[in-house]
Write a protein that binds this ligand. Structure first.
Ligand code: RIB
Ligand code: CA
Length: 322
């Protein structure tokens, strides 16, 4: 059952032109496969997040190599704008790809850095969607250096934040927690922004059934993602006591490539920068009734996912590219 998106959300549809900014991680890798199969993936940029910059860049190169993704990988920021670097080794392992058996790496990263390629490409390519799925440091640096990017982009579809419970704290989500100042720059940029927060992305369930479905595809990419899912579940169970989670980052891609699978409502969204308990919280103003858009809203808040169709899209992409 496709969910009706709000027309104003204005996402791209099939074969949209994307740049993905990521910190692989399992869910980033799955998102890259979706972007490669269903869109025109123009470039990949990496940012320190789940693991340090060198590791996530290696993981992006491994993903590109295994899935035949020809987009170049451009390393970006190793640390947030202001805060001290933080990683998620307890969830993704020290390498960010713990649990995966990866082939000898033949791909190498570009000499052109993330911020440079973001500015150059967004100015050169019409109708581009920027899909960040790690801390927003690269995006904020590019917007600060070139504010015109906000109106040149078709939009920014980011994974981060939450309108409800957090994951790395009661009310904070990892990507925004790591670099709240960067998130504030992006949310205030004036770009068309789609938000895939945890309240949406937890609907894309990660469980042992997902690992089984990926392994049943019987190609190297499916096996690698299945191994990553099992490793992720093992660590989440050890750390949080419950064996489950959300496949977060693919939702930010699907919101652009499959607009009928994600329902949005326009809201005011801010980020807390000074709270003792709440620094890094995304504050989503939901006082208007469900489905009633805030005409002054700065963000299209994703709230409902067609999980069955999203899972079908992922398995289709992995079968085709893996
Ligand atoms: O909180 C989930 C987000 O943090 C995802 O993007 C995951 O990859 C990590 O970066
Ligand atoms: Ca990520």
């Amino acid at each position: 059952m496709a969910v009706e998106t709000v027309p104003g959300a204005g996402a791209g549809g099939p074969r949209s032109r994307l740049i993905v900014d990521c910190d692989p991680g399992l869910d980033d890798a799955a998102a890259l496969v979706l972007a490669h199969h269903f869109a025109d993936l123009v470039a990949i940029t990496t940012v320190g997040g789940n693991a340090p910059l060198s590791e996530v860049t290696t993981n992006a190169l491994v993903t590109a190599q295994v899935f035949g993704i020809d987009a170049e990988v451009h390393p970006g920021a190793a640390r947030p704008l202001v805060a001290e670097p933080r990683h998620a080794a307890e969830i993704h392992g020290a390498s960010g790809f713990e649990g995966a058996t990866v082939p000898p790496l033949t791909r190498t990263a570009s000499e052109v850095g993330a911020v440079e390629v973001l500015i150059e490409t967004i100015r050169a390519v019409e109708g581009l969607w920027l899909v960040p799925m790690g801390p927003l440091t690269n995006v904020a640096l590019a917007l600060r250096q070139a504010p015109d990017l906000a109106r040149r982009l078709a939009g920014i579809s980011f994974m981060g934040g939450s309108a409800g419970a957090g994951n790395h704290g009661p009310v904070v989500e990892f990507n925004i927690m790591v670099d709240p100042e960067a998130a504030a720059v992006v949310l205030g940029s004036g770009a068309r922004i789609l938000m895939a927060g945890l309240d949406l992305t937890r609907q894309f369930v990660v469980d042992d059934g997902l690992a089984d479905s990926l392994r049943a595809i019987a190609n190297p990419g499916g096996a690698m993602l299945a191994d990553l899912v099992v490793g992720y579940l093992d660590r989440v169970e050890a750390v949080r006591g419950a064996r489950g989670g959300g496949l977060h980052d693919p939702c930010a891609v699907l919101a652009v490539t499959h607009p009928g699978l994600v329902a949005h409502t326009r809201r005011q969204v801010g980020v807390e920068l000074t709270g003792t308990l709440t620094r890094g919280m995304t504050v989503v103003d939901q006082r208007l009734p469900p489905g009633m858009d805030d005409p002054d809203g700065n963000v299209w808040h994703g709230h409902t996912l067609d999980h069955g169709a999203a899972l079908d899209a992922l398995l289709t992409a992995v079968a085709a590219c893996g």
